[in-house]
Design a protein around this ligand. Sequence first.
Ligand SMILES: [Zn+2]
Length: 407
Amino acid sequence: MRYDTIIHGGTVIDPANGRHGRFDVALTRDRVAAVEPDLSHADAHQRIDAGGLLVLPGLVDLHTHVYHGVTYWGIEPDAIAARSGVTTWVDVGSAGAYNFVGLREYVMRRTDSRVVTFLNISAVGLTAPFGEHYNLDNCDVDICCAVVAQHRDIIVGIKARIEEKTVGTNGLEPLRRARVVADRTGLPLMVHIGSGPPALDEVLTYLNAGDILTHCYTGGTMRITHGDGTPHPSIIAAAKRGVILDVGHGAGSFDFAVAEGMLAAGVLPDAISTDMHQLSVHGPMFDMPTCMSKFMAIGVSLDDVVAAATQRPAQILNLRDVGTLSVGAYADVALMRQLTGTFHFYDIAMASRTGTSLLRCERTILNGRTMQRRPDPEPAPWIQKRPYQQHIIDQGHTPDQMAQGCC
Ligand SMILES: [Zn+2]
């Protein structure tokens, strides 16, 4: 038996199989071929020394925007995948019914990373930064259902952004229609919250077990904790009935105090996701390993952050053969270094927390092949770095700067 690749000597963390320890991982073609304590005598075309590294399943990012060239937020994923370990990108609602085929034909066909999608209830998707539900003519239930039926292989959910900037004076009506599409198609509904109206409690009444609340730690008026950090009873009830809490950090949607309030109440995020887009990539979000490190800084264990970035999102969306190093799964692997030191992390209001671990991706393997490092894509002309983003750079607190200054 000759394997294509053996990843040797690393610490495997594979929550789907309850593994955390020293294992060798063998890959053949695009699949995981073996995971054993010692494969040093096995034959392989290529050996990768993973001594001192964490060997994780390729990360599954539950909230991203990859529809570049057509939408305000969309970003090319492959360069970021190669440096961050994300091999499965869930594009949530960049495309609506009118422009969904373009996402499939013009973006996904040219992208190496694995991409699955949520269809926006608004047929124009996220072409512009906000306002997609101002005109309810764009929220057509029948057209949405028809597009889902045509692209069922890559549409895994329905998306609606519900806050004042997106619904205008239309209140809950776009959400009501998204609920109908989700029910008719049997797909999960992902709802984005921020600053209302509507109010959080009204929105939560539309969410059932398996539906996803994203930007769950927003500091906006729809925030899920009171000023003293205690959770709203409605969010605890929602979590109890099986509503999924997804981070979706983004450029405006992560408040340390809200996350800490929920952790203090014993509620962990189901999924740690980036809301990677044209603006958030410039920080303080930066990338998936940085988001995972932030949760470690506020007390979540390494095993729990890995589960929330791999096995859990795959399970939530019923994605087979990703987010795990099971034999037979796709050969998607993230090799990470856990740096130790003193690291400063920021939320979007520039509140900071200090952590002792910084995760950095050293190599991303997709379908059995190492992804080539390349510079990040240039920002779109309408993207200007914000003052808070420049501030982090000036402080020397970008992940690159912190990694260089450490160890
Ligand atoms: Zn988003």
